[in-house]
Design a binder for this molecule. Sequence first.
Ligand SMILES: Nc1ncnc2c1ncn2[C@@H]1O[C@H](COP(=O)(O)OP(=O)(O)OP(=O)(O)O)[C@@H](O)[C@H]1O
Length: 624
Amino acid sequence: MAQRVPAADAGARRTSRVRVAVRLRPCLDREEDRTEGPCVRGLDSQNLEITNWRNATETVKYHFDAFHDERTTQQGVFLSSVKPVLPHVLGGQNASVFAYGPTGAGKTHTMLGSPDHPGVIPRAVREVFSQVRTRGGEPEGWDYSVAMSYLEIYNEKVLDLLSPSAQDLPIREDKDHNILIPGLTQTLLQSFSDFDRHFIPASLNRTTASTKLNQRSSRSHAVLLIKVVRTQRAPPHRRQTGKLYLVDLAGSEDNRRTGNQGIRLKESGAINLSLFTLSKVVDALNGGAGGRVPYRDSKLTRLLQDSLGGSAHAVMITNIAPEYSYYFDTFSALNFAAKSKLIVNKPFVRETLTVPVPQVKRAREGPEAERPRKRPKDDRKQNTASPSAAPHSSPSELSVLDRLIALEKLMMGSQEKDRQTMQQSRKEIQELKERQKEYEGKALLMNRQTGGGAAGETSASNQDSLFRNALPPLQRKPASSATTKPRKQQAVVLPLQVSQLQPLQQQVVVVKKTSVCTKRKKLSEQHEEPDGKENAGLSSWESHLDGSLVERSRHKIITVLNTGTLKDLKGLQQIGDKKAKLILGWREIHGHFTKLEDLIQIEGITEKRFSSFMKANLLSSMGK
Ligand SMILES: Nc1ncnc2c1ncn2[C@@H]1O[C@H](COP(=O)(O)OP(=O)(O)OP(=O)(O)O)[C@@H](O)[C@H]1O
């Protein structure tokens, strides 16, 4: 019977942290990207910094297991981040390497590469064969066999890339918590050239398409599974199975930028949803034991269950791009990578004894386990076993996807609706202006009565000297023509607050006045309070109001934003039907608004509009 044996190479340490590497790709050949300079840069082989959009005078520093700058070769990435995990696979443990990051940031380049610059996948497989040859030659050793499977997760369907068909394969878990895909083709390999022969045509089966951001954008998550089974030549003929997952994730997408519509938009909804679930899984794992980890909420996380907080040695290569147009995606990807670093896996060896071989139902190990249409009993049981384990394609999951897609469509097609409601809106705006004047008058009166003073000056950070580095400040140069604005964030990971980042060894670095994100800079300079608390949207008029009243009103507004229904949201000043829906959509993707200023991340809410929104709503809620 299959059993778990503590990993011999783990020693006293039975856990393995997810190793996180970040790879920065070179600037692509667009004129304005080149002239603007990068928004992120490496400091050394483990540290990097990115300009902070919340305060343009600062940069945020990150520390990872490895940082590969734009000059790092494919060989360099492989040797430092991937090769070290391969011996575990030959020793019967699971390992996974996955490339994460926004669309166009270089995931496929890293994993697959090109004939001239082969990536992690061909290099890893070649290395597996090389190690098998070396170890297989040892006289008292083991016999090895290597097999491959290759699949993609496209629109939440698991599709076999070695035997393409439209059949959505099920994902199962056996009683030893091995993740299995019954029906998935498994091809035995004798050599690397054997692998090449099967892999190259299968890669062409992967779903790709041209988007505005990437001519050959991966529309699916591709998972290559290399299974190494080794059997001891001498008694007791132990047999161990190690699996290596090599995963090229589809990129998180902002559809206002990709220009996706129709089928591309639907694909994008599925991609973003699965990456959002990945983010939730990471959050749940970081939250400690006890809480439910939502592995089953997407096929991707179900498949990676072994690799995240499970039994594998995992390496995540986060790909990022240097251009300002990628700024928010880069920031999100770095924050996601930083929290993934905290996950601890528990590797073990999967071992069976091959002698004696009883004629009983064998554990679902080895090639037999994944034969087509043999549905293991445990799997059937598993679907009903735990009440907390939701069936995979639950209606709620589908409705979330539908809602996401509908919201994205709404964003794309909102212009028509706008035209229809324009007259109505004009009338409302007029009424609002009058009401606002009235409230401003009230506020001035209150100010005279309370004798309120002016807002304090911006405080200087005492961290300046602590984190100053020798490099010149990260500076955005003016772009030659149409400057690329950092996109508003729509990626799946909510940026952490700077204060949250610090325990992760990330520090805010104050650099000398930079000209990056000029719009943001104006905002932060204008609104930063003496205690350093961000307070975008506050104007001098607000500082004249009673502080506790303001605080209470802000609390009321954020409560409506976080818990309000569509109707409640529309009850806020300056929030119409479209914005209310966008707010609901944002909540769906990102969770709660941690502060009112997060509203700037909503489509169409500029800093100016936010400021006017705050004015109208603060005064309105005080007037009630
Ligand atoms: N390190 C690098 N050196 C040179 N070119 C690179 C590098 N990384 C990426 N590129 C180029 O950038 C472009 C986009 O890269 P790639 O297709 O790998 O992105 P991706 O993250 O896989 O995108 P998607 O999620 O849309 O599939 C490609 O033309 C690729 O060749």
